[in-house]
Design a binder for this molecule. Structure first.
Ligand SMILES: NC(=O)C1=CN([C@@H]2O[C@H](COP(=O)(O)OP(=O)(O)OC[C@H]3O[C@@H](n4cnc5c(N)ncnc54)[C@H](OP(=O)(O)O)[C@@H]3O)[C@@H](O)[C@H]2O)C=CC1
Ligand SMILES: [Mg+2]
Length: 341
């Protein structure tokens, strides 16, 4: 029995080791592509490409599913034949990942090269607004679309050096831009945002902004100020937006979020004292903020935007879908409350 157990253990360890080394090798290869320009240029000729047009990703419909096609370099060339300066366009692509077999994946925005309709009819699909695309594609594809779009957006808005006004040049991987005149290197920017699910022990606090779709409530969020810690940003945002003082907080998880540009959402749970029930809302930013009990949250999680609409035109509360970290925080709170009951 012991021998069988040992053999199984050895096999499991060796599998784990191989898995780990695949990951490590992949990360090192990606890093090399960012550092070695000629290797990256060469990789472009054998890589695959995700297409964007004006920052909208290209999707293909297969039955009820939406797929995110990857084009080979040969297919890319064939599409770009219709555009002058085809090679130059290939060089605009940015590295967004690679397969376990080290096939590099690039993203490319073809807005300046070809009409949207030309590509759509050629490839039988459509460029879809990212706000829709993120929620209809397979779960594993949405983080990739989100980060690819953020990187393409950053390149599009950092074409010039902010010191000299001269054009900046992107490296082949797209991990930086350099101004030859000043020697300044620019790296893609990330904006840290705290997102906090406030609880008073038995209820949690959700809010809505006037721009949200009817009935949607979510956790409080806000951009970190320069020089602030995550803890300070959580305390300040909760104080500013709902007038409550956080007593303790716990980090949960993070998520890249492509809106408005490239945010790193830092998800936290915060506790306020049970006696602090009165909300004093910042009505410049929020339209409504209120406490929700466990039952109401559980019901809201089952609801979809369409099913929330009532006959009198009002909407019952519903929450962000599973792709958003707000959803994860709300589910964690439900699990925690249910375990305490
Ligand atoms: N993934 C998820 O689950 C969720 C994600 N979010 C995201 O969190 C983000 C922040 O939430 P929000 O409550 O609006 O933030 P804030 O409470 O910080 O308020 C937004 C305002 O902050 C100002 N601001 C400060 N720094 C920045 C910056 N770096 N970029 C843009 N605006 C800045 C802007 O004001 P001004 O325009 O006056 O200059 C903006 O209108 C949103 O973009 C939203 O998409 C929110 C909830 C859920
Ligand atoms: Mg806010």
């Amino acid at each position: 029995m012991a021998a069988v157990y040992q053999a199984l253990h050895r096999r499991a360890s060796s599998l784990l080791c191989r898995l780990h080394s695949t990951y490590v090798r992949k990360m090192r290869y990606l890093n090399k592509l960012k550092e070695d320009d000629s290797l990256c240029r060469q990789a472009q000729t054998s890589g695959t490409f995700y297409l964007f047009h004006n920052l909208s990703p290209f999707l293909q419909k297969a039955g009820k599913k939406y797929l995110v096609p990857q084009l080979s370099a040969a297919e890319m060339r064939r599409i770009l034949e219709k555009s002058p300066e085809a090679e130059q366009w290939m060089e605009e692509s940015v590295l967004v990942g690679c397969s376990d077999e080290h096939i590099p994946h690039f993203a490319l925005d073809l807005a300046g090269a070809l009409e949207k309709s030309v590509i759509e009819s050629e490839l039988q699909g459509s460029f879809t607004d990212l706000r829709k695309a993120l929620f209809v594609v397979d779960g594993k594809d949405s983080p990739l679309l989100a980060s690819a779009q953020s990187l393409l957006r950053w390149h599009d808005s950092h074409q010039y050096c902010s010191k000299t006004g001269q054009p900046t040049q992107k490296n082949p991987a797209g991990s930086k831009r350099v101004c030859q005149a000043s020697g300044i290197t620019y790296y893609p920017q990330v904006s840290p945002v705290v997102i906090t699910l406030v609880s008073n022990g038995s209820r949690c606090l959700l809010a809505r902004q006037p721009s949200f779709p009817p009935g949607m409530f979510t956790a409080l969020s806000g951009f970190c100020d320069l020089g602030e810690t995550v803890e300070e940003a959580v305390r300040r945002e909760v104080a500013e937006e709902v007038g409550l003082e956080v007593e303790s907080l716990r980090y949960s998880a993070s998520q890249h979020w492509p809106f408005p540009s490239g945010s790193l959402m830092l998800g936290c749970h915060a506790l306020v004292g049970a006696q602090q029930a009165e909300i004093s809302m910042d009505s410049l930013e929020l339209e409504e903020a209120r406490w929700f009990g466990l039952e109401e949250i559980v019901e809201g999680l089952k609801r979809e935007p369409r099913s929330s609409k009532q006959d009198d035109g009002s909407s019952l509360p519903w929450f962000p879908p599973k792709q958003a970290i707000a959803h994860q925080l709300i589910r964690e709170w439900v699990r925690q409350q249910s375990a305490q009951a």
